[in-house]
Design a protein around this ligand. Structure first.
Ligand code: HEM
Length: 400
């Protein structure tokens, strides 16, 4: 057993100093014997799992709870509960509630995502038509990555065309890092009210879409069921938009900055699925959700985590673990990435991963096929990066 006094993190998430590398301190956390302890800016101390094996052990063990409404949940940042009383569905549920709800959503999602391929292609083509017809340089964050993930979510949720402008305006503010808290709270309230009305309609009309399909399920019927559906819609906004948009923008950046890898991809589009997995591993943008509270004494990596204590599982550190990935800091689109943990692991593993993959594959293939001379209009070091709930880049000016 290992015991030690806690390290301190002045900011959480820890800052990245290079867009292509996790925070430098992750190396020390991974190499630390046992699980190191870390005190975050909120004053809470958690154990840190940074090795691949330990991250999987934590995320795969049902004795670790995701219930953030518990008074002892180990928040790492100050002011994380911006919307008290609201619980964004699956991701914060524990057994026995989680399993049935997850199965209901997973079945419906899988069916709808299969049908979305032509729509995603249509959305990407439309956005690229506008980019090509617009001013140069173009910003691929605001002109492609963000609207793509927003419009795809509109398709998934069956949001009518007449509502999409206001819907995307609200989701953009909600997920923007530089938005004022008051504006984010206002967008949050507007989205809740919007989803409440939308879910009521879907429950009456039962259209052939995700919410129409869910309305037929016992868990999503009646007044409580409607609120459960609203919570699910909010989760899809929070979990699906920023992550996918960010990986798209950073993915384009990584390919432009690694021309040898881009050349491999453009010479053989069959490599795109592997390239997308490498981008997921390389950036691991969504690691901050992976915090848990032990509900029993559990030994992880030689350290005893006692009931009530918290663990932060660092997927970005695990995805650079040399015990699993050879030469882990090299960006290699031909790598075998079956073991990456960018979508989490275990009972809460990402339910939208196939949708994210579909979007990433289509957007990268289409972008580099239609604009083969694409290049950065601003040097990489002058771009503005954001260490928010997901690591991201604010704007990606490109020319061709
Ligand atoms: C690059 C894109 C994405 C990444 C990296 C990502 C990552 C993750 C991670 C790490 C988790 C696990 C959270 C935990 O264990 O606490 C998760 C859960 C989840 N994600 Fe994603 N996600 C992405 C895109 C999406 C999309 C597009 C959707 C749907 C529109 C989505 C829906 C969900 C849902 C519903 C869960 C909760 C599953 C559960 O708790 O049972 N994600 N995601």
């Amino acid at each position: 057993m290992h015991d030690q006094s806690p390290l301190r993190a002045e900011t959480w998430p820890m800052p990245r100093t290079c867009p292509f590398s996790p925070p430098p301190d992750y190396v020390g956390l991974r190499e630390h014997p046992g699980l190191p302890r870390l005190t975050g800016p909120s004053g809470r101390t958690v154990f840190v799992a940074a090795r691949h094996e330990d991250v999987r052990a934590v995320l795969g063990d049902a004795r670790f709870s995701s219930d953030r409404s518990h008074p002892d949940f180990p928040w790492m940042r100050v002011g994380e509960t911006v919307f008290p009383g609201f619980r964004p569905s699956l991701v914060e549920m524990d057994p026995p509630e989680h399993g049935p709800a997850r199965r209901a959503v997973a079945g419906e999602l899988a069916r709808r995502v299969r049908d979305l391929r032509p729509k995603v292609q249509h959305i990407v083509d439309g956005l690229l038509d506008d980019v090509l017809a617009g001013a140069v340089p173009a910003d691929l964050v605001s002109a492609l990555a963000v609207p793509m993930s927003g419009l795809v979510l509109c398709e998934l949720l069956g949001i009518p065309a007449s509502d999409r402008q206001e819907f995307t305006a609200n989701t953009t503010v909600l997920t923007a890092h530089d938005a004022a808290d008051a504006d984010r709270a206002e967008s949050f309230r507007s989205l809740i009210a919007y989803f409440d009305a939308l879910c009521a309609t879907k429950m009456t009309e039962r259209p052939e879409d995700l919410l129409g399909g869910l309305a037929g399920h016992q868990l999503f019927s009646g007044g409580e069921g409607r609120w459960a559906m609203v919570e699910l819609c909010m989760l899809l906004v929070v979990a699906g938009l920023e992550t996918t948009a960010t990986t798209t923008a950073l993915g384009v950046l990584a390919l432009l900055e690694h021309p040898d890898q881009l050349a491999l991809l453009t010479a053989d589009p069959g490599l795109t699925p592997a390239a997308v997995e490498e981008l997921m591993r390389f950036f691991s943008v969504a690691e901050l959700s992976l915090i848990r509270r032990a509900t029993a004494d559990v030994e992880i990596g030689g350290t005893l985590v006692r009931a009530g204590e918290g663990v932060a599982a660092l997927a970005a550190a695990a995805n650079r673990d040399p015990a699993v990935f050879a030469d882990p800091d090299t960006f290699d689109v031909t790598r075998d990435n079956r073991r990456h943990l960018a979508f989490g692991w275990g009972p809460h593993q990402c339910l939208g991963k196939n949708l994210a993959r579909l979007e990433l594959r289509i957007v990268l293939d289409t972008l580099f096929r239609r604009i083969p001379t694409l290049r950065l209009a601003t040097p990489r070091d002058e771009l503005r990066y954001v260490n928010g709930s997901a690591f991201s880049v604010s704007a990606l000016p490109v020319t061709w």
